[in-house]
Design a protein around this ligand. Structure first.
Ligand SMILES: Nc1ncnc2c1ncn2[C@@H]1O[C@H](COP(=O)(O)OP(=O)(O)OP(=O)(O)O)[C@@H](O)[C@H]1O
Ligand SMILES: [Mg+2]
Length: 366
């Protein structure tokens, strides 16, 4: 077991707060509030620009970040995103005004531990929020680490089971009858499903927070898509589905993490096959200019009810239409796909007509 942890065990005795705030009055107020607490354990380092704070975060020693969102060199949610990208393992508490409370909520949805409305802050509330944020962050890191370890450890025994079942099916341990073959084939299907789930969980783990890294190289996107389609040909034949690809005449060269992009395309095209009983799947790449490209995967399948569309990219989200198909999934494919596209700086969205078909679009910058 790999038990090398990369975060401390408990809340530190003294807490080093990185305060990012350009308004000198607000910064002084926060400083005074934290000093006023009895037996205060808080120590403040102050930056009034985001750039300075990001450089400071490269060095060790900060326990929690307390940040305003509107700074001279960064505005709104982008401020939070840039801090989180630089220090995904640190708890971040965001300071907002009355008027932009919704932005505070959005930062929490994207990974901030908490937000405080400046006009409401008192010294007790501030101290409690910071301590709470640190505790919750430890709990979050510990559970992520646990999922990573468990899924990793589950892979090896599963490979052994798979190997043994194939040997039985090949007759290596003597002849088997039809009934036995059916039962072993069924077990093999369950093992394959479990392997898919474990691999997806591991991918989710790898792609969250600090572990997400891209290894980009110059890649011909059209050729990559053709390779993915080729790998899925048996599934297309099984259902007698037609597939059309329409790409620009010249190769579309982009800087991509090849392995991750293969995974994103595999997820989208496998979904199109899985949720389509008859008709066609179409893949297009549009645009080639400076602005990047838009890829579309469309199918003539069962479609998605409009009220469920906002949920498609959620974690473990399988919609009501998933009950209609034979192959059981985990509801992680599109969550992972969205993460991959966003890591590449792109955007993904869906259009669908229930009963008629679905179109997934994503953009990738040059
Ligand atoms: N092309 C599509 N047509 C209709 N519904 C779709 C399509 N793609 C995705 N969905 C719906 O969105 C849900 C989420 O898709 P996602 O790929 O995340 O999960 P999954 O395919 O069920 O499982 P997994 O990909 O983890 O094996 C699906 O369960 C299905 O309800
Ligand atoms: Mg899927």
């Amino acid at each position: 077991m790999n038990d090398a942890k990369n975060f401390p065990d408990k809340v530190p005795e003294s807490v080093k707060v990185l305060l990012i705030e350009d308004n000198p009055g607000d910064a002084r107020l926060i400083r005074e509030m934290l000093r006023d607490i009895k037996n205060s354990v808080f120590e403040i380092e102050h930056c009034d620009r985001l750039e300075g704070a990001l450089s400071r975060l490269l060095l060790k020693g900060i326990d929690v970040v307390l940040t305003d969102l509107n700074l001279p060199d960064s505005e709104g949610i982008e401020t939070f995103r840039r801090i989180y990208a630089k220090a995904p393992k640190l708890p971040i508490v965001v300071l907002t005004g009355f008027s932009d409370e919704t932005m505070g909520i959005q930062t929490v949805q994207e990974g901030a531990q908490d937000y405080l409305i400046k006009q409401d802050v008192s010294s007790v509330l501030l101290a409690r929020t910071i301590r709470y944020a640190i505790e919750r962050n430890f709990a979050k890191l510990a559970s992520e680490e646990l999922v990573g370890t468990i899924t990793h450890e589950l892979r090896a025994p599963l490979t052994v089971i798979k190997e043994v079942i194939s040997q039985v099916l090949e007759g290596l341990f003597g002849e088997i009858n039809e009934q036995q073959r059916r039962i072993f084939l069924m077990s093999m299907e369950s093992v394959a499903r479990m392997a898919r789930l474990i691999n997806n969980l591991l991918d989710v783990y790898k792609m969250e927070g600090s572990k997400a890294e891209l290894r980009k190289e110059k890649t011909d996107l059209g050729a990559l898509i053709k390779e993915v389609v080729e790998g899925l040909t048996p599934k297309l034949w099984e259902k007698s589905l037609e597939i059309n690809m329409s790409f620009p005449p010249l190769a579309v060269e982009l800087s991509l993490d090849r392995e991750k992009m293969v995974q994103a395309m595999t997820n989208l095209i496998s979904n199109a096959i899985k949720f389509t009983e008859k008709g066609r799947i179409e893949i297009t790449i549009a645009g080639q200019g400076g602005a990047g490209v838009e890829v579309t995967v469309s199918d003539t399948g069962i479609g998605i009810p409009s009220e469920e569309l906002p949920k498609v990219f959620g974690k473990f989200e399988q919609l009501s239409n998933a009950a209609k198909v034979k192959e059981k999934g985990s509801g992680l494919g599109l969550y992972i796909t969205k993460r991959i596209i966003e890591l590449h700086g792109g955007r993904i969205w869906v259009e669908s007509e229930f009963g008629k078909g679905t179109k997934f679009h994503f953009t990738i910058q040059k």
